[in-house]
Design a protein around this ligand. Structure first.
Ligand SMILES: *[C@@H]1O[C@H](CO)[C@@H](O)[C@H](O)[C@H]1NC(C)=O
Ligand SMILES: *[C@@H]1O[C@H](CO)[C@@H](O)[C@H](O)[C@H]1NC(C)=O
Length: 631
């Protein structure tokens, strides 16, 4: 038997992989028609950490039997370095050869190469963009959700909401069947620059060492540690252990020590069907927890009665009671489930209320709710489109409905399995495969993940030559990525653009543009951006000089960002000294040619005058303070 050994208990954990297993069997044992049915799942498998190598093996077997769809998928895997070593030239050649006969992903590969100027062909910017788009369109029509999302972004940028909606909906529809009911849009993502991690959920999670210590405590009977270790172990997070079976052991241990949270969590793991229950006691666990005062049990009791579980039959009346209690304490899942209950034909509620409940859950990033709301809006949109007859076929109502629907489909589409590329890319980066990491982040950035703009930008900033031999090509890419970040409202994007324009790095030097970008970063509350904006005002660089305003701006930073105390204090001292000296010499020292562009000195080795003054001043202050203390 060719493929028996592939099934390990771990695979059971992911529902998806049981399907992929069917696929392994059917493909490698020769049934290619089955392969077509399972293709989507195999494709998704490429993006799952730890399983991509297997996914590639399936594709290679199918490809060796002449399956051009699988061959096309392989070109993308090669380009991104998923499950095999990255080989951009091979991917370029192979996808080119497959364009006429092959599958959607050959076009996606070409689109990606073209849009990031990696084909090595001499084309104008316009030509590259047009060709990339036409490849993405072919791939999107041939059902590649990645291409559908990218094409949708193109239409959003062009302001064509309805076209964007059509493609995003297709991508969302392909995501939903494999989405579990508790899934949220926000997954913890790691940043390649540790200081960017302050923006991430990762910051609130333990490190691997801390997890090991928790497990050690748990094994020695610490209930709280057992519970906390279990929470981490049931969540797939890059760089941390993922082991739901072990989590269940810890939960059981905490349950035996009478922890109510553990009771609820263990019941939740059972009810979400991520693992076979180890005991037939889900209802008791929840009832005990509730009796002990843990109201979070309501939501899961609601779920249990909504669908019936183990030997407890479905009971919509009880489900309604518990879910309404769950909604009262603000449980996002309770909003979703109560909506489901209201939407049940024989149920006790009104389907219109269901949509309102889902709207709330969707606002908290609950993916299945977002899909249901989007579908309901979309239906209204279709009705409005049929009944509205205006000369140009558009109306304010339709536009409004479309704009409300778009972000919901987007949320669903971006929760597809491909979001795990973040994890794969981060692993690549930590293992030194920088160019594979960058290629993945570039794709993720094209798809519209904010974290990917930041990571791609950081890698390009620090290692321009990763993918590009040509310096101009690299800097164009850097500017493009940071612009994207800025457009997405990320302060760092504005800050980096400000720097690029300030130093004339890859773009022509433009102090006005730099000052505007710094000021945008400052408005988003970024300390570094505020500092640069204050400097621009102090020195009149790209904006009118105004020392009073500069002082105010510096002082705002002091109030908001305690970590900026030292540089801001020094900058304020420098300003006072310069003002005093200017008065003394009856001139404006700020306009002395020697003193222009203070920021530029940061990148030279000679200690610039202002830093020397700062150092001198701080030594002086320290001595003064010491002297006073002694007295
Ligand atoms: C479990 O805890 C509850 C209150 O938190 C208490 O009433 C009960 O007696 C405990 N049961 C055991 C077996 O310790
Ligand atoms: C694209 O790359 C080529 C080198 O491969 C380079 O000469 C050209 O300037 C790049 N174009 C853009 C717009 O970056």
């Amino acid at each position: 038997m060719c493929c028996k050994s592939i099934l390990s208990p771990r695979l059971m954990a992911w529902k998806f992989f049981t399907i992929a297993f069917v696929c392994i069997v059917t493909v490698s044992c020769g049934d290619v028609s089955e392969w077509h049915q399972q293709q989507d799942e195999t494709r998704d498998g490429l993006f799952l950490p730890g399983e991509s190598t297997k996914g590639v093996e399936i594709l290679q077997q199918a490809a060796s039997q002449g399956n051009t769809d699988a061959e096309s998928d392989l070109t993308l895997a090669r380009l991104l370095g998923i499950g095999l070593t990255q080989d951009i030239e091979w991917a370029a050649k192979s996808s080119l050869a497959l364009l006429d006969s092959g599958g959607a992903r050959a076009h996606t590969t070409q689109g990606l190469l073209l849009s990031h100027n990696l084909t090595g062909k001499e084309l104008t910017d316009e030509e590259r963009r047009t060709q990339a788009l036409s490849h993405y369109l072919v791939a999107a029509i041939n059902k590649d959700p990645l291409a559908q999302i990218i094409v949708a972004r193109h239409y959003i940028n062009k302001g064509d909401c309805e076209a964007a909606l059509q493609y995003l909906r297709k991508a969302a529809v392909s995501v939903v069947p494999s989405t579990s009911e508790e899934v949220r849009a926000n997954i913890p993502v790691r940043y390649v620059w540790p200081e960017d991690d302050t923006m991430s959920l990762i910051n609130q999670l333990p490190t691997l060492d801390e997890l090991q210590f928790m497990e050690y405590l748990a094994q020695n009977g610490d209930v709280d540690a057992a519970l906390r270790a279990a929470i981490v172990l049931v969540t797939p997070i890059p760089g941390l252990k993922y082991d739901p079976e072990l989590a269940v052991l810890y939960l059981r241990q905490a349950v035996e020590a009478n922890s109510t949270s553990a009771k609820v969590m263990l019941a939740a793991v059972h009810l979400h069907k991520s693992l076979q229950p180890d005991k037939n006691d889900t209802l008791e666990l929840l009832q005990e927890a509730l009796a002990q005062g843990d109201v979070t049990a309501h939501t899961y009791l609601g779920l249990l009665y909504l669908e019936g579980f183990q030997d407890v039959p479905r009971n919509l009346r009880k489900a309604k009671f518990h879910l309404e209690e769950g909604v009262k304490i603000g449980s996002v899942e309770a909003f979703y489930l109560l909506g489901k209950l209201y939407n049940t034909p024989e149920g006790p509620g009104n389907p219109i209320d269901a949509v309102h409940l889902w709207e709330v859950a969707a606002a908290f990033g609950h993916v299945p709710s977002a899909f249901k709301v989007a579908e309901s809006y979309n239906k209204k949109l279709q009705v409005a489109a049929l009944t509205t007859v205006t000369p140009d076929g558009t109306s304010a109502l339709i536009n409004k409905l479309c704009e409300d629907t778009l972000p919901l489909y987007r949320l669903v589409a971006l929760s597809g399995k491909w979001r795990n590329l973040h994890h794969l890319a981060f692993d690549d980066y930590t293992q030194g495969h920088t160019s594979s990491a960058l290629m993945k982040y570039l794709l993720l950035s094209d798809l519209g993940y904010n974290a990917a703009h930041i990571n791609a930008g950081r890698i390009l900033d620090s290692e321009r030559s990763t993918l590009y031999d040509d310096d101009e090509a690299a800097t164009n890419e850097i500017v493009k990525i940071w612009k994207r970040a800025a457009d997405a409202g990320i302060a760092l994007g504005y800050l980096r653009l400000g720097d690029l324009f300030y130093y004339g790095d890859g773009v022509s030097k433009n102090l006005t543009a730099a000052a505007e970008h710094y000021s945008s970063a400052a408005q988003l509350g970024n300390a570094h951006g505020m500092f640069s904006a204050a400097q621009a005002v102090e020195w009149g660089e790209g904006t009118a000089q105004n020392l009073e305003k500069a002082r105010e701006l510096y002082e705002v930073i002091l109030d908001a960002h305690s970590e900026a105390l030292v540089p801001v204090t020094l900058a304020l001292y420098r300003m006072e000294v310069l003002i005093a000296l200017s008065r003394f010499f009856n001139t404006n020292l700020y306009f002395h040619p020697l003193l222009q562009h203070p920021g530029q000195y940061l990148y030279t080795f000679v200690p610039p005058w202002d830093i020397s003054i700062m150092i001198g001043l701080s030594v002086f202050i320290t001595v003064m303070v010491k002297y006073r203390v002694r007295r």
